[in-house]
Design a protein around this ligand. Structure first.
Ligand SMILES: [Zn+2]
Length: 340
């Protein structure tokens, strides 16, 4: 009963404020939206005095006043990390990919931007059921971020998983359409370009948003023509400093030991792993704890601007995503009417 009275008083109060502003505002009707937004604080005060339970009453007043504009939403605070001892992210760097810079000292030695004990986590070959979500969970548990290089075909099989990667705030580049070796003698320049562009278009289609202009060559095979092409497309190329060789590991422990030994020797760098691999997914919780204990700090690499994919390749990917067919036998060979 008291609530109902409070609500009524609050509604009347708000109506008075709105009406008053209506008369006091000399500008045309279109400005009511602005006035309504500005009036929110006095209405709130009225509601607070009219009812002991001010907050719900005010919510109702908002509806009663039928304001066409909601008060501006303040910027959302950063989600606090639930794990006080998390690995976290120590630094976020924005990458200007103009001209196609290369990262990772295994192949590119110009850009030495990491300081001692700084690492970048990178994951190739996903998205894949079970393993990619497990990797995402481990990264979330440690409140840390990585760069993902999905295979275009895998992105087209599991777009919902790739969407989860992007939604978690990780950077998403590409790793060709079909994981072809772009340095192979069998691969001409046009085929290499097709692999690169179709890979990016598939990632874009899966995400519903443009990917980062970040690329990793399959098997780290840097074909010179493809390097030049990526440069012309302003796509950054990622080699690595520490190759986990996780796809060859017999279990999670071997991956952890291999990565820790190599990073301790290098002191810093980009670590290459595969979210596609089960043992990597299994290794990650402990590996991230070991990195934290070793004093390593994660740097998150973000692109300054997204990649503009090419329309012809976007269309090619859509064509390829027709429903899979196991048999091409015509219908009358498969379905025979035997009684009618
Ligand atoms: Zn790969």
């Amino acid at each position: 009963m008291r609530n109902a009275l409070g609500l009524m008083l609050a509604s009347v109060g708000a109506a008075v404020v709105i009406a008053a502003l209506w008369f006091w505002t000399p500008s045309p009707r279109g400005d009511l939206a602005v006035a309504a937004t500005v009036s929110a604080p006095p209405a709130e005060r009225l509601a607070a005095t009219a009812s002991a339970k001010a907050a719900p009453a005010f919510e109702d007043v908002e509806v009663t006043a039928t304001s066409p504009a909601k008060p501006a939403v303040p910027p959302q605070p950063k989600t606090a990390c639930a794990n006080p001892d998390a690995l976290g992210v120590s630094r976020v760097v924005e990458i200007d990919t103009t001209g196609g810079p290369g990262f990772g000292f295994a192949h590119f030695k110009q850009l030495d931007f990491l300081t001692e004990k700084e690492i970048v986590l990178t994951f190739d070959d996903g998205p894949w059921p079970v393993n990619t979500p497990a990797v995402l969970k481990s990264l979330a548990d440690e409140c840390t971020k990585a760069v993902f290089f999905p295979i275009g075909k895998h992105a087209s099989y599991h777009p919902e998983i790739l969407k989860q990667v992007a939604a978690a705030g990780h950077s998403v580049g590409a790793h060709t359409w079909s994981h072809a070796n772009l340095n192979s003698k069998k691969m001409d320049e046009q085929q290499a370009m097709d692999e690169i562009e179709k890979g990016f278009s598939a990632v874009k289609l899966a995400l519903g948003a443009a990917p980062s202009p970040f690329f990793r060559f399959p098997q780290l095979q840097h074909g010179p023509a493809a390097v030049a092409y990526l440069g012309s497309r302003n796509v950054a190329m990622f080699s690595c400093d520490v190759d986990s060789f996780d796809f060859k590991a017999k279990d999670a422990t071997q991956i952890i030991n291999s990565v820790m030994t190599k990073i301790d020797k290098a002191g810093k760098g980009i670590i290459l792993m595969h979210d596609f691999q089960r043992h990597t997914a299994e290794a990650l919780p402990l590996l991230l704890r070991r990195l934290k204990a070793g004093g390593y700090k994660v740097v998150h690499m973000k692109a300054k601007a997204p990649l503009q994919t090419l329309a012809e390749y976007d269309e090619a990917v859509i064509k390829d995503m027709k429903l899979p067919v196991a048999s091409t036998r015509p219908v009358n060979n498969v379905v025979q009417t035997v009684t009618e």
